[in-house]
Write a protein that binds this ligand. Structure first.
Ligand code: KG4
Ligand code: ZN
Length: 347
């Protein structure tokens, strides 16, 4: 069976083609970054229009790269939420039209569920890693920090962020440092040559004893450090930063990684994790990948790291999550797939 994945929840228009075993035959991602750059953030109306303009060409390219025709597709999986409603409607409506026209099943996929299972996908048309349940999933992106326990057919939320998502913290700090957008990769590159132990920031914990994440305290502490140094967001050359600033950025990144590891460690102590699957845009972060792998070796817990091409928003993960759901639940009524701007995991 050929699976078509469609992702239009935010500012990437993406279409992917997978085979029935979850091999990714193509995964085309068209970023709208330039369309939004002039506004300093994603504009929902601009995103929806850009999806509408880009989707036909992205679809054609995904089919061509995979060497399949539209007639070969046996299952369509499209992101139904959470995300920008106008943006979601573009991909989901296209998917519905395809499903009706070709009389094939449609699965409306939760974007976060897509991230969650992306750690199992392999690049280069290789078969995905076997998914064994239960596992714990850590989704860290520009919009989310979610720690969940995944059973076959059920997702149980454990912790989420109370304020900023880690990617959002990276982006805001990078912008206030004058380093441009997106901030994660720029901080990542600089931190690699800095001393992350130079400025010890406190690990964000909520003060009510919950296991939720909180990154706004860290962000505020970091903003104060920048202010002290007279850094006001005027553009800086990210490749030529002074050593002290490089150390500060490395320390900031280290604090985010430490907070994530702290919570993974707590969950493992409380529940005994069988495996940890990392995902989301921030899963591309070098220190996070290294530290979580080391943690896994130390505690003898298998750690699944997503290939970097499947960390940021992409349709391959949507096709894969849709395929897993379809295998478990069979065809759903396409009319029931409704776009939802809010859609918490596990509901
Ligand atoms: O998953 P994603 O594409 O979009 C959301 O669904 O939010 O994640 C994008 C986020 C951005 O905030 C970006 O700064 C962050 O992922 N990111 C990184 C790295 N690469 C991307 N954060 C830290 N280190 C990286 N290497
Ligand atoms: Zn995402």
């Amino acid at each position: 069976m050929i699976v078509l994945g469609i992702e239009t929840s935010c500012d990437e228009t993406s279409v992917a083609v997978l085979d029935g075993d979850g091999r990714v035959l193509s995964n085309v991602v068209s970023s709208q970054m330039r369309a939004h750059a002039q506004y300093g953030g994603v504009v929902p109306e601009v995103a929806a229009r850009a999806h509408l303009e880009n989707l036909p060409a992205v679809l054609e390219e995904a089919l061509a790269r995979a060497g399949v025709r539209l007639e070969d597709v046996g299952l369509v999986a499209a992101t139904a939420g959470p995300g920008l409603i106008g943006a979601l409607l573009v991909g989901l409506s296209a998917a519905k039209a395809l499903a009706f026209a070709r009389a094939i099943p449609l699965v409306g996929v939760n974007h976060l569920e897509g991230h969650l299972f992306s750690a199992y996908l392999r690049e280069g048309a290789e078969a995905p890693l076997p998914v064994t349940y239960p596992f714990h999933g850590l989704v860290v992106s520009g919009g989310h920090a979610e720690l969940v326990r995944v059973e076959d057919g059920a997702i149980h939320p454990i912790a989420r962020t109370r304020d900023d998502a880690p990617g959002e913290a990276f982006d805001k700090i990078a912008r206030r440092t004058g380093l441009g957008y997106p901030g994660g990769p720029i901080v990542d590159r600089n931190a690699a040559r800095g001393r992350g132990d130079r400025y010890p920031f406190a690990i964000g914990r909520t003060n009510d004893g919950s296991r939720d994440f909180s990154f706004s305290g860290l962000k505020t502490a970091m903003l104060r450090e920048l202010e002290k140094r007279g850094i006001d967001g005027s553009p800086l050359d990210p490749e030529a930063l002074p050593a002290d600033l490089v150390d500060l950025l490395a320390s900031f990144q280290h604090a985010i990684v430490a907070a994530l590891l702290d919570r993974v460690d707590t969950i493992h102590r409380d529940e005994g994790a069988r495996a940890i699957a990392l995902s989301g845009g921030v899963a591309a972060n070098t220190e996070l990948r290294t530290a979580l792998s080391a943690w896994g070796r130390k505690h003898q817990v298998p750690v699944l790291l997503p290939e970097r091409c499947f960390t940021t928003d992409n349709a391959a993960m949507i096709g894969w999550a849709g395929l897993l759901r379809f295998r478990r639940e069979g065809p759903a009524d396409p009319v029931e797939a409704q776009a939802r701007s809010r859609w918490p995991l596990g509901t």
